[in-house]
Design a protein around this ligand. Structure first.
Ligand SMILES: [Mg+2]
Length: 267
C-alpha cells in the first residue's frame, strides 16, 4: 500500500510517529519498567546475576540495537513472542493516562500519519487503548512484526532464513518506513524521543523532530518538550507561519478539513 498526499504548501507529505516516550511522556515510567523487565529476562535466559544483566542490556543495546536482537545474534533460542510477553506483558499500563487532546491533535494533521515503533503489536494496542487513541487514527502501523515477518515464519529453514532483527535505529528499519510510506524522505517528518533514531532518520534523509527535549541536536530539525507542542514548534505541518507559533494559535478545524487530502489508497 502506498499513501497519497498532495502537499499543498506544507513542506511535509507524511508524518512518522514513534510511540513510547513520544506519544506519552517519559515520566510515566514505562521505559524504566521495560528496562527492569528486560534485566529480569536476561538474568533468567542467560543465567546471570541481576547486576550483570543490567550492564549486559546496555551492551546489547549499543551493539545490536536491542536486547532481543543481541540475544538472537548471540545464538540464544528466544522467540520474539516469548520476549515481548515477558518484557511488555507485565508493564504498568495504568500509568499511561487517557489523552483526548492528543487524539484531537492527531486528527487535525492533514498529512498521512504512520506509527513507527520498535514495540510489538500487542504493546501498541495496549498503549494506544490507554491513551484513548484509535489505531485507525494512523494510516499505517509499522511495529516489530511489520519489520520482522521472517522471525514468525512457521517452517523456518535454519540455513536460508535470516534471523536478523530489524529495528530502529538501523538504516534498514528507517528505509523500510520510507518505502512503506512511498514519499520522498526529504518531505517526511519523523518524530521520536531517541537521539540515535533521529541520527539515522537524518542520515536516510528525513526531517527530524526530537520529542521530550527542549534543544535541538545536530541531527534534529526541531525539538519539542512534549507532543502537545507540535502545533507551536512545527506549524509548517499545517502550513501555518511562525506567527502562529508566536501567538500559539491552534489550527482551526475548518481550515484543516479543507486541507485534508484523499484517504490512503491501495497501490
Ligand atoms: Mg520511543
Amino acid at each position: 500500500m502506498a499513501l497519497q498526499f498532495q502537499g499543498l504548501k506544507s513542506p511535509f507529505d507524511c508524518i512518522l510517529f514513534d510511540l513510547d516516550d513520544t506519544l506519552y511522556p517519559a515520566e510515566t515510567g514505562i521505559s524504566h519498567a521495560t528496562k527492569k523487565n528486560i534485566d529480569e529476562f536476561l538474568a533468567i535466559k542467560c543465567d546471570i546475576s541481576a547486576e550483570r544483566a543490567s550492564s549486559l542490556r546496555v551492551e546489547l543495546f549499543r551493539k545490536y540495537g536491542s536486547s532481543l536482537a543481541g540475544l538472537i545474534a548471540l545464538g540464544y533460542d528466544v522467540h520474539p513472542d516469548e520476549y515481548h510477553s515477558y518484557v511488555h506483558g507485565r508493564l504498568p499500563y495504568d500509568r499511561i493516562a487517557s489523552d483526548p487532546r492528543l487524539e484531537q491533535l492527531l486528527d487535525s494533521i492533514p498529512q498521512p500519519k504512520i506509527l513507527f515503533t520498535n514495540s510489538d503489536r500487542q504493546h501498541v494496542t495496549r498503549a494506544l487503548a490507554r491513551l484513548g487513541i484509535q489505531e485507525a487514527c494512523f494510516d499505517q502501523t509499522i511495529c516489530f512484526e511489520t519489520m520482522n515477518p521472517h522471525l514468525f515464519e512457521e517452517t523456518k529453514d535454519a540455513i536460508s532464513t535470516s534471523s536478523e532483527v530489524v529495528l530502529k535505529p538501523s538504516a534498514k528499519a528507517v528505509e523500510l518506513a520510507v518505502c512503506i510510506a512511498g514519499f520522498d524522505p526529504q518531505r517526511m517528518l519523523f518524530l521520536d524521543d531517541s537521539e540515535r533514531n533521529m541520527a539515522m532518520g537524518k542520515a536516510v534523509g528525513l526531517k527530524t523532530a526530537l520529542v521530550g527535549k527542549r534543544l535541538k541536536t545536530k541531527d534534529t530539525d526541531y525539538a519539542l518538550e512534549n507532543i502537545h507542542n507540535l502545533t507551536k514548534e512545527v506549524p509548517e505541518i499545517w502550513n501555518l507561519n511562525r506567527k502562529a507559533k508566536e501567538e500559539e494559535i491552534e489550527p482551526k478545524r475548518s481550515d484543516l478539513d479543507a486541507m485534508r487530502s484523499p484517504t490512503p489508497v491501495e497501490a
